[in-house]
Design a protein around this ligand. Sequence first.
Ligand SMILES: *Cc1c(COP(=O)(O)O)cnc(C)c1O
Length: 381
Amino acid sequence: MNTQQEKAVLFVDLKSQADKLGHGIQKAMNRVMAHGRFIMGPEIFELERKLAEYCGVKYAVTCSSGTDALLMALMAIDIQHGDFVVTTPFSFIATAEVIALLGAVPVFVDIEPDTYNIDPEKLDQTISALKKNKTGVIRCIIPVDIFGLPADFEKINAIANSHGLYVIEDAAQGFGASLRENKACRLSDIGTTSFFPAKPLGCYGDGGAIFTDDDSIKEKLTSIRIHGKGGDKYDNIRIGINGRLDTIQAAVLLEKLKIFDWELERRNTLAAYYHDRLEGKVICQKINKGFQSAWAQFSFVTEQRDIIMKELNKKGIPCAVHYPKPLHLQKAFSFLGYAKGDFPISEKVSKTILSIPVHPYLAIESAEFISNTIISALCRR
Ligand SMILES: *Cc1c(COP(=O)(O)O)cnc(C)c1O
């Protein structure tokens, strides 16, 4: 039996990844079981050194999730009740949720139609308009590396500098990506990422990290992570959270980091194949010159989404819609007063976007099968 052909096409394939690592992950977990330092054990600090080195940044501070990474980053720059924080409506809820959680006000700016990332030109316009508004202070921008593709941080940082704002890169999907010679997570003042199992670098539960070159922000983050600790955790000098990463998860990540660049290469190969086969029949996410995606997703827009999804389903091929509803139309944010039509590009992309499997263990034959299925669905309509 040819197992490769018999193998079902999966959206992510953590089983094949574990097989590739042999007993590595199990052994790493056993080492933690043996030393018993489940909270802030030695693997945490080893991982932080390796992550910082990988991203070319001074500090990496691990934490409990990608959501908490964003929350802690906002806390570290003292975001206050009523402050304005500008972000994209085309993201996972967490990006804007943490802003509201702190009593700050999410302000959305529409995306570019081809990269699906926040539009720098509209960003500048929105910030200029906000500055005339006297009800709050604008403090920070949170661009998202959507589907693994970095936002245009060269333009965004210049805009932020001219207005005196912080920039936090939500690289939950972007770990491993780059913009020219700079890795994702180091593209602005603070970078955050997620180690949720399905992200480019995932652990076996929840996890995240925050990246910065700034000594005082790093100090604040390590304090916020453990209940606002001062000298020790029973000396509390600010309001913090329980935001630690488990030592076991750090051990898992150290193993997975060993093959991460190989995985990235695989994702790249598959993405290039898809682009070759599908561009023109659908419109693939545009990767501008100098940008390198981490390929958290391979996504395209098409008016024929329903037909394609139906055909993929019929063949047992998984696919996903990220995200069917932009954030400004979520009920949770109805208090912000946005309406349908406010961010037409995000709304249009939400209706036409589709993601197909691009995990590192997908055979090129499977990518061929998936491409053929999409193309024949488009011919048949
Ligand atoms: C996954 C994700 C998060 C949240 O990460 P968790 O680890 O699930 O908390 C935040 N922002 C974006 C863009 C994400 O994709």
